[in-house]
Design a protein around this ligand. Structure first.
Ligand SMILES: NC(=O)c1ccc[n+]([C@@H]2O[C@H](COP(=O)([O-])OP(=O)(O)OC[C@H]3O[C@@H](n4cnc5c(N)ncnc54)[C@H](O)[C@@H]3O)[C@@H](O)[C@H]2O)c1
Length: 342
C-alpha cells in the first residue's frame, strides 16, 4: 500500500481522484483542503469519501507554510489546490497571485523537507491561450507550444502566470531534490459537481430559469470538453506512468462550437424558444483543443466519454441539484453563479 496525498482533494477533480484511488484498493488516500470551494465546510461528497472510502481528511489553509507541519511524508503527491474561476481572476487578481503562488511554493518547500517518490502538478491550457491568440499556433495544440503572456497587466493572465510558475517549479525542484515530477495541463474538464463557474452548469442554470431569447455568448468559439472520468484516468496515469519532468496535455479531441453545445443543452431542457448570438467576455480564447498524442503514447491515455453522453450526465445532475436548491441560497459550490459563460 502506498500513501497518497491530494492537496485540494475536496475539489471537483481532486475528490474524484480520491474516490478512484481508494476504490482501487492499493493506496491509503489523504486529502488536504480548506474547503474554500464548498463554503468553508466539507460537503456530503467529502463526508462520503471519509465514511465509505476510508479517506483521511486534513483541514487547513495551505497558503500558510505552518499548515504543512501536520503532514507526514507521502509516496505520491497530487497538487490540485488552487483558486480557480474567471470571476475570481478578474475581480481579485492580486489574491490569485498571492494564494496560488503561496500554495505552490509552500508545497515545493515542504517537498524539499519531507520528500516524496512522485509529485504531479495540475496546470492549464490557459498557459498557452495567449499563443493561440497572438501567434495563431497550431490547434490541436501539443505540449511543445511556447507559453505566452499577451498582456502582463491584464488580470486574466494572473492565473496562467501562477500555473507557469508551478510547471517550472515542480520540474526543477523535482530534478534538484530527487523526486519524479509530472505536469498535466487540463482542457475544460466537466462533470457533476463542478461548481457554477463553468460554461455547462451556467447553461443549466440559465435554461432552468427559462431565459428567452437564449443568448449564446461566443457562439463561434470552439472547445473540446473533457469528461471528469477521463480527466481522472489521465491524471492518475500521468502520475504513475509519466516520465519525470514531462508535461502531458489531458483533454478530449472532439472540438465543438459553443453554439453546438448550447443548442444540445437546450434540447436536453426541451427549450423551444429563440437563440441569439452575443459576444463573449474579453480575453476568452477563440479555439481550444489539445493534441493528446504524447499522452496516448507515453501514459496510455484515451478519453472514452463522447461529449453528448458526458453533457447529458452532467445536466441531469445539475437539474436535480437546481430542483433541490431553487434559490441557490446555500453558499455552496462557489456560491451562486455570476458573470457570463457560454
Ligand atoms: N476544472 C478544469 O477544467 C481545470 C482546467 C485547468 C486547470 N485546472 C486545475 O486543476 C486543479 C483542480 O481544479 P478543480 O476544477 O477541481 O478546482 P476546485 O476549485 O474544485 O478544486 C480546488 C481545491 O483547492 C482548494 N483550495 C483552494 N485554496 C486552498 C487553500 N488555501 N488551502 C487548501 N485548499 C485550497 C479548494 O477548496 C478546492 O477544493 C486546480 O489546480 C485547477 O487550477 C482545472
Amino acid at each position: 500500500m502506498k500513501d497518497v496525498l491530494i492537496l485540494g482533494g475536496a475539489g471537483f477533480i481532486g475528490s474524484n481522484i480520491a474516490r478512484t484511488l481508494s476504490m482501487r484498493g492499493d493506496a491509503r488516500v489523504t486529502i488536504a483542503d480548506n474547503f474554500r470551494r464548498t463554503g468553508g465546510r466539507p460537503d456530503e461528497v467529502v463526508a462520503s469519501l471519509q465514511a465509505d472510502h476510508g479517506v483521511k481528511v486534513i483541514s487547513g489553509d495551505f497558503t500558510a507554510a505552518a499548515a504543512y507541519d501536520t503532514l507526514p511524508r507521502f509516496d505520491d503527491v497530487y497538487m490540485l489546490a488552487s483558486v480557480v474561476g474567471v470571476d475570481y481572476v478578474n475581480s481579485m487578481p492580486d489574491q490569485i497571485i498571492r494564494m496560488n503562488t503561496a500554495l505552490i511554493l509552500n508545497t515545493l518547500e515542504w517537498l524539499r523537507d519531507k520528500g516524496c517518490a512522485r509529485a504531479l502538478f495540475t496546470s492549464t491550457s490557459e498557459c498557452y491561450a495567449g499563443t493561440v491568440e497572438s501567434f495563431h499556433c497550431e490547434v490541436p495544440t501539443p505540449e511543445t507550444v511556447p507559453l505566452t503572456v499577451s498582456d502582463v497587466s491584464h488580470p486574466r493572465f494572473t492565473y496562467a502566470i501562477t500555473k507557469m510558475l508551478g510547471e517550472s517549479g515542480f520540474i526543477h525542484y523535482g530534478a534538484r531534490l530527487g523526486f519524479d515530477s509530472v505536469i498535466v495541463r487540463y482542457h475544460n474538464v466537466y462533470g457533476p459537481r463542478m461548481g457554477f463557474k463553468h460554461v455547462i452548469p451556467h447553461l443549466a442554470q440559465r435554461f432552468a430559469n427559462s431565459e428567452s431569447p437564449f443568448k449564446i455568448y461566443g457562439h463561434d468559439q470552439t472547445r473540446a470538453f473533457n469528461y471528469i472520468d477521463d480527466a481522472v484516468a489521465g491524471t492518475i496515469a500521468a502520475l504513475e506512468k509519466g516520465r519525470s519532468g514531462e508535461i502531458y496535455h489531458i483533454g478530449d479531441t472532439d472540438e465543438i462550437t459553443i453554439e453546438t453545445l448550447v443548442r444540445h443543452v437546450g434540447d436536453l431542457f426541451g427549450y423551444r424558444g429563440e437563440y441569439e448570438n452575443a459576444p463573449t467576455y474579453p480575453g476568452s480564447v477563440s479555439r481550444r483543443c489539445p493534441d493528446i498524442s504524447k499522452a496516448r503514447e507515453q501514459i496510455g491515455y484515451t478519453p472514452n466519454t463522447e461529449w453528448r453522453d458526458g453533457v447529458e450526465r452532467t445536466i441531469t445532475w445539475y437539474r436535480e441539484y437546481l430542483a433541490r436548491n431553487p434559490a441557490l441560497t446555500e453558499s455552496f459550490y462557489d456560491n451562486a453563479p455570476k458573470g457570463r459563460r457560454g
